[in-house]
Design a protein around this ligand. Structure first.
Ligand SMILES: Nc1ncnc2c1ncn2[C@@H]1O[C@H](COP(=O)(O)OP(=O)(O)O)[C@@H](O)[C@H]1O
Ligand SMILES: N[C@@H](CCOP(=O)(O)O)C(=O)O
Length: 291
């Protein structure tokens, strides 16, 4: 059996902790034979455990504690700690692993609620589970998610070589906003999602870049976003935003303009890669299950 989960790009600027898209980088786990203890074979680096301490297994055992251990092959082209939802992909894979091995027949809502409880916010786990664009909430332990069609446009990401953990990037956020700012921030996000749902990418992009929730606090951690945004604007990109907690910077741009924008960004010779991405429309996928 194989379980494949896409990467995700959360927030879309003003949709902090609520809105995210699935993108075409993937974590795949292949469930091999039963074993005495859990084994996770991977080449993701020494910091990632290869035993039951791996987040995949920790998650699966939180869902069902008496699962029979297996040997698992894990592969991933989602860069870790870069703002592309690597932890959420593993959490969603772990829930699905427990669901399949434990024959739990969990509903999408149940999977979403478990994933949100573990991750703490819904904006990565919801699109990892459902694909496409998802608007979600996780309040007082209860999660809701509405999948929407993300309009056709190209994605371009600048992925720095440096890591920035979500935990660290959340530490710079304020503990409260004024009532006035909260009203503005929510109105901006409401218009953004309405514009996306009507495929008005220009207006959606304008709103994405007016975020009041998090980007201004995080910009000192990813200062290159300012230059990238200026160049993206010159190339008529719809929007530039900090993907998740960063440090990846995501751009939405018309397909015919993406190549020139990428070439221009490469000229900056930043310490990172400029990569083409597309929307994943499917979310988690299970294949080859044998009883
Ligand atoms: N394939 C994986 N297996 C086990 N743990 C993982 C894997 N991918 C990510 N993680 C865990 O998630 C952490 C990164 O999560 P986080 O800081 O939220 O960044 P990201 O934006 O990549 O989700 C890693 O340091 C690691 O602990
Ligand atoms: N809303 C969260 C999203 C974190 O996404 P990640 O991909 O960086 O884990 C935040 O902005 O903290």
């Amino acid at each position: 059996m194989k379980i494949t989960v896409p990467a995700t790009s959360a927030n879309l600027g003003c949709g902090f902790d609520s809105i995210g898209i699935a993108v075409n980088r993937y974590l795949t786990i292949e469930v091999l034979e039963k074993a005495d203890v859990w084994q996770v074979e991977h080449t993701l680096g020494e910091e990632i455990p290869s035993n039951a301490d791996n987040l995949l297994i920790e998650t699966a055992l939180q869902v069902k504690s008496d699962l029979v251990p297996h040997r698992i092959k894990m592969t991933s082209d989602i860069p870790l700690t870069r703002g592309l939802g690597s932890s959420s992909s593993v959490i969603v894979a772990g829930i699905e692993l427990a669901n399949q091995l434990g024959k739990l027949e969990l509903t999408q809502d149940e999977k979403l609620n478990i994933a949100c409880k573990i991750e703490g916010h819904p904006d990565n786990v919801a699109p990892a589970l459902l694909g496409n664009l998802v608007v979600a909430s996780f309040i007082d332990g209860e999660a809701y998610a509405i999948p929407l069609h993300f309009p056709y446009c190209a994605l371009l990401a600048y992925i720095p070589n440096t890591e920035l953990s979500t935990k660290r990037s959340r530490e710079v956020l304020p503990s409260s906003l004024s009532f006035e700012d909260a009203v503005k921030a929510s109105a901006i996000s409401n218009v953004m999602i309405a514009a996306l749902s009507k495929h008005h990418l220009h207006l959606a992009g304008k709103m994405i870049e007016q975020d009041l929730f998090h980007e201004k606090y995080r910009t000192p951690l990813v200062p290159e976003i300012t230059t990238i945004r200026e160049i993206a604007k010159k190339h008529n990109a719809y929007a530039t935003y900090l993907s998740g907690a960063g440090p990846t910077v995501m751009m939405f741009v018309a397909s015919n303009l993406r190549k020139n924008l990428a070439l221009e960004l490469e000229k900056l010779e930043l310490d990172g890669e400029v990569v083409y991405l597309e929307i994943d429309r499917i979310g988690v996928n299970i294949s080859g299950f044998e009883d």
